[in-house]
Design a protein around this ligand. Structure first.
Ligand SMILES: [Zn+2]
Length: 276
């Protein structure tokens, strides 16, 4: 892959009122080329995920993945004696991604309300090194996260993400730039060149007037018009996935939802492909 692709964070519930091809058709016309699948055996729809991955690939879409991050999944403690049980939990999920060959998996750094920052950095680095070693076909994308006053989260600060990626210094470890999370953190400046150069994946969504993220680009709060062309100019050649929460749009008609998804897809596609 030598150019950016627009992706969409897929879930079996998106096709509740349609068929897979019926749902994806208008989005593909708007520029969609890839789908991102969350990996979480505790999702009530988990049994439908893997068959859907194969169906999407048969339709000609590229796939990428998001490692588990919702409790009880945690990588906090990985550098200590909890490693064996965490490895077991995560291997069961990452093995799924591993079956799809060269692909990217998004990782959230370790977080905890009780453990110190330094330990959580060590947990994150040890986890990434383990996954690199176990999955030679996977590229790992460490994501920037929303700050939480009650927790230490590795990734709530852009600097942590870059430092860890530079420390590991492997072409298969990069940054997942979540543009919406930056805005949630009050960060509206373009990341520096070192940060931009390490981005191998991106998450796209808008922030509502109530300060809630993971919406389509309806609000203009995330500066995609300057950020996406800058990302493309930095040589980005990964997948930029629209990461939306369907539940937040549940009050809308299906037709209205599709209009928004098509609009966000074509905006992302245009901004990533007209970089000059
Ligand atoms: Zn994200």
């Amino acid at each position: 892959m030598s150019r950016p692709q627009v992706g969409f964070s897929m879930h079996p519930r998106w096709i509740a009122g349609s068929t897979l091809a019926g749902f994806l058709g208008p989005l593909r016309t708007a520029g969609l080329e890839a789908l991102e699948f969350g990996l979480d055996a505790n999702d009530a729809d988990w049994p439908h995920f893997e068959p859907m991955m194969y169906d999407c690939r048969l339709l000609g879409l590229d796939l990428c993945f998001h490692a588990p991050y919702k409790p009880p999944y945690t990588i906090a403690g990985f550098a200590g004696h909890e490693r064996a049980s965490i490895e077991g939990d995560y291997a069961a999920m990452l093995d799924v991604a591993g079956r799809f060959g060269d692909t990217t998996v998004v990782i959230h750094g370790a977080q905890s309300a009780t453990r110190p920052q330094q330990e959580l950095v060590a947990d994150t680095v040890a986890f990434l090194r383990w996954a690199l070693d176990r999955y030679p076909s996977l590229t790992l994308a460490l994501e920037n996260l929303v700050f939480d006053p009650d927790k230490v989260k590795i990734g709530a600060d852009r600097t942590d993400v870059l430092r860890i990626v530079e420390e590991i210094n492997d072409s298969r470890v990069g940054i997942c730039w979540d543009l919406g999370h930056d805005v949630m953190n009050g960060c509206h400046d373009l990341p520096n060149q070192a940060w931009l150069q390490h981005i191998c994946h991106a998450h796209l969504h808008d922030v509502s007037e109530h300060g809630v993220d993971h919406y389509p680009f309806n609000y203009g709060r995330v500066p995609i018009r300057s950020w996406l062309p800058a990302l493309a100019r930095a040589g980005f050649s990964g997948i930029a996935s629209l990461e939306l929460k369907g539940g937040q749009l549940a009050s809308l008609e299906l037709e209205q939802i599709m209009e928004m998804l098509v609009d966000s897809t074509s905006k992302a596609h245009r901004l990533l492909t007209t970089s000059t």
